[in-house]
Design a binder for this molecule. Structure first.
Ligand code: ATP
Ligand code: MG
Length: 178
């Protein structure tokens, strides 16, 4: 065991609820330690989430940016080229941010989802993460994390669904889902 500080790669994946919110919780913890946190949300956009306002109230060292446009039509030939373009742009910005030295933690929310729908190349992401600046923490969220990334990561958590309110017809609740 070593106590020296080092940047980690974490993945929150699996079918249960809590992947994004666990990443936000970790981000909050980092911010409380004076770390500079950037959260880039792949695919998300247009909807208003509570965490957008909460992030703003934390100031310039806790930045949350939706990089998509919300509803994404996915699946092979149906994927809208515009969504692919937005994912690629989000990745370009993410990569730049990880390497910039400006952030201590970069959260790539829903990036696993973008990769699993072939909007982004897993190998390219793995390559970039392999040689990332040592001290930067990176968190990747979303279902179906790619095996290449799972192998590379230091800490991988799979959320398991025991039950979800949605199954009883309870729609998304403010403060819980958004
Ligand atoms: P959260 O943002 O609440 O942490 P998540 O990141 O684990 O959820 P996503 O796959 O990103 O899950 O989906 C986000 C939305 O889908 C949330 O509104 C969440 O409540 C809902 N959701 C997540 N898991 C399930 C599930 N097993 N059944 C139904 N809805 C779910
Ligand atoms: Mg999520």
């Amino acid at each position: 065991m070593t106590e020296s500080r080092q940047g980690l790669i974490l993945i929150n994946t699996g079918p249960g609820k809590g992947k994004t919110t666990a990443a936000l919780g970790t981000a909050l913890r980092a911010a409380g330690n004076g770390m500079r946190v950037l959260i880039l949300q792949f695919l998300k956009g247009s909807w208003h989430y509570g965490e957008l306002d909460a992030a703003q109230s934390l100031g310039a060292n806790f930045v949350l940016k939706p990089m998509g446009r919300g509803f994404v039509k996915i699946g092979g030939a149906e994927t809208d080229p515009e969504d692919i373009r937005l994912v690629q742009a989000a990745w370009a910005e993410a990569r730049e941010a990880i390497y910039s030295g400006e952030w201590d933690m970069v959260v790539l929310d829903e990036i696993n989802y973008a990769i699993s729908y072939k909007m982004l190349d897993a190998a390219a992401v793995a390559e970039a993460l392999k040689s990332k600046p040592e001290m930067v923490h990176v968190i990747l969220t979303g279902r179906n994390a790619h095996p290449l990334l799972v192998e590379l990561a230091d800490t991988v958590t799979e959320m398991r669904e025991v039950k979800h309110a949605y199954q009883r017809g309870i729609l998304a609740q403010r403060g819980i889902e958004y």
